[in-house]
Design a protein around this ligand. Structure first.
Ligand SMILES: Nc1ncnc2c1ncn2[C@@H]1O[C@H](COP(=O)(O)OP(=O)(O)OP(=O)(O)O)[C@@H](O)[C@H]1O
Length: 882
């Protein structure tokens, strides 16, 4: 007998009925670890057990035999299964959860050999999580599906924990960029494409799940979607291409498969068209650290720096906006209008944020309820959020606000009567699980109140009985206690027990048990009261469970209305968060138009500025004008602030088009269509590419794709190769950007020769980050000025970095020689000097000089003043200086 109460005995082949059942279920889920429910544990067997035990670092044991061999087994308690699930999912496993679908007692009725019915109720995969503990509250958890081949393609994505559902046409070559934007946890692909797409999915951190080709067919997809949304035609949602239908179909099909028929709440699909959002490729996204810093976390990213939202839904919306800044002037203007209106009303912002803080996560509560994984606490969260929404609507309603906020205010009134119902029905802080009851408020249901009264009275009656028995027996210390196996018993100390065992008390008190220190008795009246109490308690629980079901149905009937309120709350949260930021940081409203201008006055890099502030250092604001001469060549010393200046331009554009105010005195810019940034080189050793190769591949992509509305930021192109090759490449790239792409670009370089070229090209101009020397030390001014830098200060920076003084001195000498020869002979002569590098190298490692050798023999403490003076003369002689 195990925890499930089953009897197991092997058949003639040595296979127990339970093992036969296990193997049958496992056979249907070969790709997943099978969590096989046995009483209070999920058990794993055979290979699954070995893999899970290793992944979870838990004990691997054995349990019985199968075909004459020990069965490896490990298990996790049901109560703490979530944390184990999380570890397994993070390590790339999928988990099939097989529950007991009936009571062991029911199974026994079918005969002593029968096993409890079990089946998989859910497949847990990275893209289909809903549990709070398995999700990041402030981040979406997308499941994506890609359909299509060389020609037409589409990507669909859904977050079943929030109901978000989107789709867009997407060719294979653009998949990397889209995945980098959405960062889905799981990508569904046609099994024939699994190998082709694995790398691109892996780079975005998505686990690939292959599905048969049939799952991606447009016809089937359309049927699936119609059935899912209960509509006769999808026309109301938009007109979708074949690939789009295929991708969405595969996605909902997979939800059916993994959720085993439980329907997550999904909003109707939103179709994104090309041109809706700024295109940002994966490398650019990573280099700009828009939503994730290099280390992978939020901290240190632009999102981490600007996120002042106070609700999880608001945080997710802000991330989506920054990840996909808009290209539609009207959309951006509406968002900026909302922020601007709030910036004018700081008091309103404060009040809104104070209210919003109290709203729980409506989307996720709704999703859990829809999948029947929710509890009273989720109902409570919805109730609280609906209350917040109404008060927020009240706050907004009193003002004359622009479209987005006025619209939000209207949409914040929830489904008629639902908040009132939940308020009446629920206690103030309902528990997570419905199982143990205690969440329905008194006064909501007459029958429940009656049952509870009976149950509570029962408790009072027992307390009364204790007093009565104590009096009757004369044993003041007599207690009525509840015992797991015996139920309610009268307990007295061993010394007092004899009294109760003698006439006349023995007629009332029947001995049940003697322990080391106490003796326990039962009485007729106590048993009767206990039965009454138990019944009342069970009845109360049953009523509460029924009420939970009713409330859940009432909520789900209004799912789309609730999702709408959640969306509006998030909208208000994002606007008031951005307004709060603008107010506190003095950010300004950007001016956007259809031109190709880009004009920043007093711009700052928000993340670097915040980091410097923490160190008590100021950030130097800079201008940037790309309007008349769109390609800017930027020179200046290392550490001078070139990369910061480049990234700053991109982040200003991202913020502006996401609908935020910007850290600048003024920003006026024509809409950016595509953003490219190659700042900060990195190796890609995993794919066998050197730094230079990665740089060239990315530069190639930029030159192919940049159009005249793009913003391109290039940092030190060509530095990873021989000087003249690098310079030539940089030269040609600069010409291409200026003459062919005609985009707005900032090009940072150490090739000062390029400044000459920039001066000659009509669309190009030079600028430099200023630095100066003070008492022999290099001082970075971080100020961007017109014209090219006169020198690069590379050697000084090397000195700051702690290169040995000897090496620095030698480098200075080599530099002086190089510069002198360059001045004498012009560029060709400089080329002739290239071998100097080869010759210089061994010389740098030269033998010690005569002076150094002599110094090595000196013991300063043993020198008299006179000897010291003589030594100075000697050293000067050795140095050939007098
Ligand atoms: N405008 C600024 N105001 C104040 N400090 C700045 C500014 N810009 C950059 N800095 C500081 O200078 C440091 C170096 O900046 P950055 O990495 O942009 O230099 P760089 O010129 O690109 O250097 P390298 O050529 O070595 O990559 C930053 O970490 C920051 O602390």
């Amino acid at each position: 007998m195990d925890g499930s109460g089953e009897v197991s005995g092997p058949d003639s082949r040595g296979v127990t009925p339970m093992m036969a059942q296990y193997l049958e279920i496992k056979g249907r889920h070969p790709d997943a670890l099978l969590f096989y429910r046995m009483g209070d544990f999920y058990e794993m067997f055979f290979e699954d057990a070995a893999r899970a035990a290793e992944a979870l670092d838990i004990a691997l044991t054995t349990r019985g035999q199968h075909l004459g061999r020990d069965i490896p087994m490990c298990g996790v308690p049901v109560g703490t299964a979530e944390s184990y699930l999380l570890q397994l999912i993070r390590k790339g496993f999928r988990v099939a959860i097989a529950e007991q679908l009936e009571d062991p007692a029911e199974a026994r009725k079918r005969g002593s050999k029968s096993v409890v019915r079990r089946d998989v109720v859910r497949l847990v995969t990275p893209g289909t999580l809903t549990e709070e503990s398995l999700l990041e509250a402030r981040r979406a958890n997308f499941l994506a599906a890609f359909a299509g081949s060389r020609g037409e393609g589409a990507l669909a994505w859904a977050d079943i924990s929030t109901g978000a559902f989107g789709v867009k046409a997407c060719a294979v070559r653009d998949l990397g960029a889209e995945l980098a934007r959405l960062a889905p946890r799981e990508l569904l692909v046609c099994d024939e494409q699994e190998r082709e797409l694995e790398a691109v999915a892996g780079e975005a951190g998505a686990q690939v799940t292959p599905l048969p080709k049939g799952a991606f067919e447009a016809g089937g997809g359309e049927r699936q979607l119609r059935a899912w949304f209960g509509v006769a035609t999808l026309d109301g949602f938009g007109s979708f291409g074949k690939a789009e239908l295929g991708a969405m179909g595969a996605l909902v099909d997979y939800l059916d498969l993994t959720q085993k028929g439980a329907r997550p709440h999904l909003s109707p699909p939103v179709r994104e068209s090309e041109g809706d959002c700024v295109e940002i490729d994966a490398a650019t996204r990573a280099s700009l650290e828009v939503t994730r810093a290099m280390g992978g976390g939020r901290a240190g990213s632009l999102l981490g720096c600007v996120d002042r939202t106070v609700t999880a839904g608001g945080a997710r919306l802000l991330e989506a906006r920054l990840a996909a800044p808009s290209r539609r002037l009207s959309v951006i203007a509406a968002r900026l209008d909302a922020v601007a209106a709030l910036v004018e009303r700081p008091g309103l912002v404060r009040n809104l944020r104070e209210e919003l803080r109290r709203a729980g996560d409506m989307d996720r509560a709704l999703s859990r309820l829809a999948l029947d994984r929710g509890g009273p606490r989720d109902l409570g969260a919805l109730r609280d959020a609906l209350g917040v929404a109404e008060r927020v609507a009240g706050l907004l309603g009193g003002e004359d606000l622009p479209g987005l906020l006025a619209g939000a205010a209207e949409g914040l009134w929830g489904p008629e009567g639902l908040r009132e119902l939940l308020e009446e029905a629920l206690v103030a802080s309902p528990p997570t699980l419905a199982r143990d009851g205690g969440f329905v408020a008194a006064g909501f249901a007459g029958d429940l109140d009656g049952a509870r009264r009976l149950r509570d009275e029962g408790r009072a009656v027992i307390a009364g009985m204790q007093a009565e028995y104590a009096e009757r027996t004369g044993v003041a210390s007599l207690k009525i206690r509840h015992n797991g196996t015996l139920g309610y018993v009268v307990e007295v100390s061993t010394a007092q027990a004899e009294k109760l065992r003698r006439a006349p008390l023995d007629a009332v008190f029947h001995h049940r048990q003697t322990t080391g220190s106490a003796v326990r008795f039962a009485t007729q009246a106590l048993s009767e009261t206990e039965a009454r109490l138990l019944n009342a308690g069970e009845e109360a629980l049953a009523i509460e469970r029924r009420i939970f079901g009713e409330l859940r149905s009432a909520v789900l009937a209004e799912a789309s209305g609730l999702a709408r309120v959640a969306g509006r709350l998030a909208e208000v949260d994002v606007a008031s968060g951005l307004a709060d930021l603008a107010l506190q940081e003095g950010w300004t409203r950007p001016v956007l138009d259809e031109s190709r201008d880009f004009e920043v006055r007093g711009g700052r890099h928000p993340v670097v500025e915040a980091a410097l502030r923490r160190q008590g250092k100021p950030f130097v604001a800079n201008d940037c004008d790309l309007s008349a001469r769109p390609v800017k060549l930027l020179t200046g010393p290392n550490m001078g602030g070139k990369s910061t200046y480049l990234r700053q331009a991109a982040l200003l554009a991202v913020l502006a088009q996401a609908g935020s105010f910007v850290p600048a005195e003024r920003l006026r810019m024509g809409l950016v269509s595509r953003l490219f940034s190659r700042v900060g080189a990195s190796d890609d050793l995993a794919r066998g590419r050197s730094t230079f190769m990665v740089e060239m591949v990315e530069t190639a992509a930029i030159l192919h794709r940049a159009d005249d509305r793009s913003l391109v930021l290039l940092d030190e192109i060509g530095r990873g190769t021989a000087t003249w090759d690098g310079l030539s490449i940089a030269w040609a790239v600069l010409e291409h950007l200026e003459g062919v792409s005609r985009c707005r670009a900032i090009f940072a370089t150490h090739y000062h020769e390029l400044a000459e070229l920039a001066a000659r090209l009509p669309g190009s101009a030079s600028a430099h980050v200023a630095a100066t020397e003070w008492n022999g030390d290099l001082v970075f001014l971080h100020e961007v000025r017109e014209g090219a830098a006169d020198r690069s200060y590379g050697v000084q920076v090397a000195r700051l970095a702690g290169l040995p003084p000897k090496v620095v001195a030698r480098a200075k000498a080599v530099l002086r020689a190089l510069e002198a020869r360059a001045r004498e002979g012009g560029p060709r002569a400089l080329e002739d000097e290239l071998p100097l590098f080869a010759q210089a190298a061994p010389e740098v490692m030269r033998e010690p000089s005569a002076v150094e050798e002599r110094l090595g023999t000196v013991r300063p403490d043993e020198l008299s003043p006179r000897e010291a003076l003589e030594l100075v003369y000697e050293l000067k002689r050795l140095a050939g200086d007098g």
